[in-house]
Write a protein that binds this ligand. Structure first.
Ligand code: NAD
Length: 430
């Protein structure tokens, strides 16, 4: 175990979600005293019962040995040498950043912070938020001065839930500090818990920018292949084969794949933080805004494809039952945040059809209790999430329920399903 810096013995993790909970578990495993703070009392209770508040088998296993003392009482921040903030940073309906969870966490931390403590923001934020939002709130609520009475660093989280290879412990990180001492204290904390490279950025703002750039990069690349998928559909070219062909180039090409929409708390959200910040500072990110529009349009495109395929078989979508398979935004997990599946359901509804959704990882969010229930009597099916259980579906799994059209929103079904004579099959760009 790495030696703990004397000044970093107790950690308070604020926000026990997909980001905060793995970090709190890791800090406990590395010998820190860990206080877990969350405004959700149900989550606090579950964590104190050593149960995972979300569906993740790896976290559930680690929770059995949890040393986290969870609470909603921010008074316990006084015990902490390091306070790591992992609260959500969503967008409002108009896509402007919603900093309410972050500002309210800062207001609760401020009166309780101990002199000399290090605050680290791990939540994704646009450049400038640490200096223009976090510092004033902490200074005002504590009467302390940043850099003198408390230290501040930003270390954006990169966790990828469901990824067996890359986890909170081995993913490399970037850190930016308010001053040199903040940077050194943050480095000492992360070096003690991570088994990964940590890159020092020259400012808080640079570290903030790294995270939004990473996710905007992914959004833009996905938008590019989604646009190709819609174009190649008209040109009669299989876009996935083309991407695989281009991937044989050993340099300068990175494959991204088209699909029925982009979901999750990061990729469809974070680019808006940069778009908004740049716009307030006199720059319009046309490229990022276009990528967002293209990706937001994919659920509508997918339902249009289904409507068109059904029409070829003289089946109107109006009054038809459509099975939507998958509510989670990515395979084999139950996280449904910003999932395009809900846009698919809305779009089916808008065209007069009715959606029966099913997700084995998020049964409580679906309208059908089983896959069979979702498929039974449906005219068409859209595979919206590439869960293993959906990838394994055979032609018979669809045909015995009378399905006439299968839209493979993740291009993940078998070649047998793709070529089955009993129903029409279409992928996204294939
Ligand atoms: N989920 C990911 O894969 C991922 C990856 C990288 C970065 N991030 C970023 O990390 C941050 C957290 O994301 P998450 O996925 O863990 O969110 P989450 O919704 O899973 O968890 C956030 C937790 O914070 C709690 N919370 C909300 N307001 C609070 C407050 N004022 N005080 C205390 N607790 C509060 C919520 O109850 C919830 O338990 C976001 O900024 C996100 O963009 C997420």
């Amino acid at each position: 175990m790495a030696l703990l810096c004397k000044k970093n013995k107790t950690v308070a993790v604020v926000g026990l979600g997909y980001v905060g909970l793995p970090l709190a578990l890791l800090a406990g495993k590395k010998g820190y005293g860990v206080i877990g703070l969350d405004i959700d009392e149900g989550k606090v209770r579950l964590v104190n019962e050593k149960k995972s508040p979300f569906n993740d088998p790896a976290i559930a296993r680690q929770m059995r040995r949890s040393r986290i003392q969870a609470t909603s009482d921010f008074g316990l921040v006084r015990e902490a040498d390091v306070v790591v903030v992992c609260v959500p940073t969503p967008v409002n309906d108009d896509h402007s950043p919603d900093l309410f969870p972050l500002t309210s966490a800062c207001k609760n931390i401020a009166p309780n912070i101990r002199s000399g403590a290090l605050i680290i923001i791990e939540s994704t934020i646009n450049p400038g938020v640490c200096e223009s939002v976090v510092i004033p709130l902490i200074e005002e609520g504590s009467g302390f001065r940043a850099g003198k009475d408390f230290l501040l660093a930003h270390c954006p989280e990169r966790i990828d839930p469901g990824n067996d290879k890359w986890n909170v412990e081995n993913i490399s990180r970037v850190v930016g500090g308010f001053n040199d001492e903040s940077m050194q204290r943050a480095l000492s904390f992360y070096s003690a818990i991570l088994d990964a490279h940590i890159k020092c950025m020259s400012s808080l703002k640079e570290a903030e920018a790294v995270k939004v750039v990473e996710n905007a990069f992914r959004d833009v690349n996905i938008a590019f292949v989604n646009e190709l998928a819609m174009s190649f559909n008209k040109l009669g070219i299989d876009v996935v084969n083309v991407i695989e062909g281009a991937s044989t180039k050993p340099f300068s090409f990175m494959p991204h794949y088209p699909g029925c929409g982009v979901g999750g708390h990061c990729i469809p959200v974070d680019p808006y933080y940069l778009i908004d910040y740049a716009e307030k500072n006199g720059f319009k990110h046309k490229f990022l805004s276009l990528a967002r529009r293209i990706n937001n349009r994919m659920p509508r495109y997918t339902v249009s494809l289904l409507e068109q395929v059904l029409a070829e078989r003289d089946i109107p979508i109006k009054d038809a039952k459509i099975a939507v398979l998958g509510l989670a935004y990515k395979p084999n997990i139950g996280d449904c945040r910003e999932s395009p599946s809900f846009c698919l359901i809305e779009e089916i509804d808008r065209r007069g059809g009715w959606a029966a959704s099913f997700d084995p990882f998020a049964i409580e969010r679906g309208t059908a209790r089983s896959l069979e229930d979702a498929l039974e009597g449906a005219a068409g099916a859209i595979v919206a999430t590439a869960h293993n259980v959906f990838r394994a579906l055979s032609p018979d799994d669809f045909s015995r329920h009378g399905i006439q059209a299968v839209i493979d929103g993740r291009n993940c079904l078998s070649s047998q399903v793709r070529t089955a004579p009993a129903f029409a099959y279409r992928g996204i760009g294939i």
